[in-house]
Write a protein that binds this ligand. Structure first.
Ligand code: FES
Length: 164
């Protein structure tokens, strides 16, 4: 995430202007906003609507259709649990439930300390490694519920420096 250097409305205006406010560029505009703020703030969506002359329902339609967009702030770490068929049959559900319990965050949400966003994904193209979890884009495969502790240590290393 890049720290915004100007006010949100001004920055959104810049992004929209860089695409000449073309409605066909909506996805690109939202991608840039998401990249900059780590999510799509409501204020930004409203501003996009004004500047691009689009109805809020249209923008929310796009923002909720694509999983890459988030309407709530994302955590510093993104944990993606694959729940595709190959991972599902190898017990990804139990891994997901253990992550929810140990990270104290429900799937689809961000922890209160904004450290972790936990999401589910459908097949990341590494079925032979299933069940698979991605942490900030890095694959962890052939996981068991007992190994979730190791994943937690990647996300929240012990302040004492102990390695698991
Ligand atoms: S189903 Fe999980 S990687 Fe394909």
């Amino acid at each position: 995430m890049i720290e915004p250097t100007s006010s949100l409305p001004a920055r959104v205006d810049q992004i929209v202007a860089s695409y000449q406010a073309r409605p066909t560029a909506l996805i690109m505009v939202l991608q840039e906003i998401q990249q900059e703020y780590s999510y799509l703030p409501r204020e930004a969506i409203e501003r996009v609507g004004e500047r691009m002359d689009l109805a809020l329902s249209q923008i929310y339609g796009v923002a909720t259709f694509y999983k890459a967009f988030s309407l709530e702030p994302r955590g510093r770490h993104l944990v993606s649990v694959c729940t595709g068929t190959a991972c599902h049959v190898r017990n990804s559900k139990s891994i997901l439930e253990r992550l929810e319990r140990d990270l104290q965050v429900e799937r689809g949400h961000t922890s209160a300390d904004r450290e972790v966003t936990l999401e589910t994904v459908n097949c990341v193209g590494a079925c032979a490694l299933g069940p698979v979890v991605l942490i900030d884009g890095k694959h962890y495969g052939h996981l068991t519920v007992g190994e979730v502790e190791k994943l937690i240590a990647v996300i929240r290393p012990c302040p004492c420096g102990k390695q698991n």
